[in-house]
Design a protein around this ligand. Structure first.
Ligand code: G3P
Ligand code: MG
Length: 248
C-alpha cells in the first residue's frame, strides 16, 4: 500500500494550507494530508508554510508579531483566486476539527520557527496540546527539518511516529545518526537527485520513505517501484483513480 499525501492540501486547486484546500481531499479520494505549522506571538499554532504573511495573504509582516485576534482580518485566499476571497488563515485547532470531521490522516510538519528556541519550544508544547483533540482513529506523522525540535517533540510525545525531513543538499553522511537521535521511523527526503541507490540504503537501514514534492505521475511510479512508501504531491487530483486504489 502506497501513500499519497496532499501537500499543503489540494494546493493546485485551492490556496495552500487553508481549510478549503484540505476540505477538497476526500472528494478526490485522498486520505492523507500534509500541513505546515508555526506559532503566533500569543502562542496560537497556525497552519502556514511561511513565517510571514507576504506570499499567501493580503497582508505582510511576520507571524511572530500577530495574536489570534489579528487572524479575523487576514485573507489567505484572494492571492490564489477570487473564488477564495475571505478564506481565513487557519489555526491548527481548526484544521484538527476538519481532519476529524473528514476522517483524514495527517502529517504535521513543524516549521523551523525562526523566532528562537523559546518560541520553538512553545510551538512543540502547543502542537502536543492541540493533538489531544485528534480523534483516536486518525493516523499521524510529525516531521521537521529542524531535527533538534523533532527530537524534543519525540522526547515529550514518544507515542507519535516522527519523520526527519531532508533537503537534497542536506543529506550528508550523518543522516542515519540524525534519524536515530530523533527515534524516527520515516525519512522524508526531497526528490531532487534522489537515486535508487539512496532509496535502497534507507530501506536497508530499516526506514520507511516518503518523498517530497512529486507532481509527475511517472516519477511517482518510478519511486514506488524503487520501494518508496509515499509521495507528497500538489496535484493529487491528476493521479488516476485506478492508482488511488493502491493508496492508503
Ligand atoms: O513535508 C514535506 C514538504 O512539505 C517539505 O517541504 O517546504 O514544502 O514544507 P516544504
Ligand atoms: Mg511542508
Amino acid at each position: 500500500m502506497k501513500t499519497l499525501f496532499a501537500h499543503r492540501g489540494m494546493s493546485a486547486l485551492a490556496p495552500e494550507n487553508t481549510l478549503a484546500a484540505f476540505a477538497l481531499c476526500r472528494q478526490y479520494g485522498i486520505k492523507w494530508i500534509e500541513c505546515d505549522v508555526d506559532i503566533l506571538a500569543d502562542g496560537t499554532v497556525v497552519v502556514s508554510h511561511d513565517d510571514t504573511l507576504d506570499r499567501c495573504t493580503d497582508r505582510s509582516g511576520s507571524l511572530y508579531e500577530l495574536v489570534t485576534a489579528d487572524l479575523a482580518a487576514i485573507d489567505a485566499g484572494s492571492w490564489f483566486h477570487d473564488d477564495f476571497i475571505g478564506e481565513p488563515l487557519p489555526t491548527f485547532e481548526q484544521l484538527i476539527a476538519l481532519v476529524n470531521q473528514h476522517e483524514l490522516n495527517i502529517n504535521v510538519e513543524i516549521k523551523s520557527c525562526t523566532a528562537g528556541w523559546e518560541m520553538t519550544d512553545k510551538l512543540i508544547g502547543n502542537v502536543i496540546a492541540a493533538l489531544e483533540q485528534l480523534d483516536t482513529g486518525r493516523e499521524l506523522i510529525v516531521s521537521s527539518f529542524n531535527h533538534l525540535a523533532l527530537a524534543e517533540f519525540k522526547r515529550r510525545h514518544p507515542q507519535t511516529v516522527v519523520a526527519c525531513l531532508f533537503e537534497s543538499t542536506g543529506l550528508g553522511d550523518d543522516w542515519e545518526s540524525i534519524l536515530q537521535v530523533c527515534e524516527a521511523e520515516y525519512i522524508h527526503p526531497q526528490d531532487n537527485n534522489l537515486t535508487q541507490t539512496m532509496v535502497a540504503r534507507f530501506k536497508a537501514a530499516g526506514y520507511k520513505i516518503n518523498v517530497y514534492t512529486v507532481n509527475d505521475l511517472a516519477r511517482a511510479n518510478q519511486l514506488f517501484n524503487w520501494g518508496v512508501d509515499g509521495v507528497f504531491t500538489d496535484t493529487a487530483h491528476r493521479f488516476p483513480s485506478k492508482y488511488k486504489q493502491l493508496y492508503a
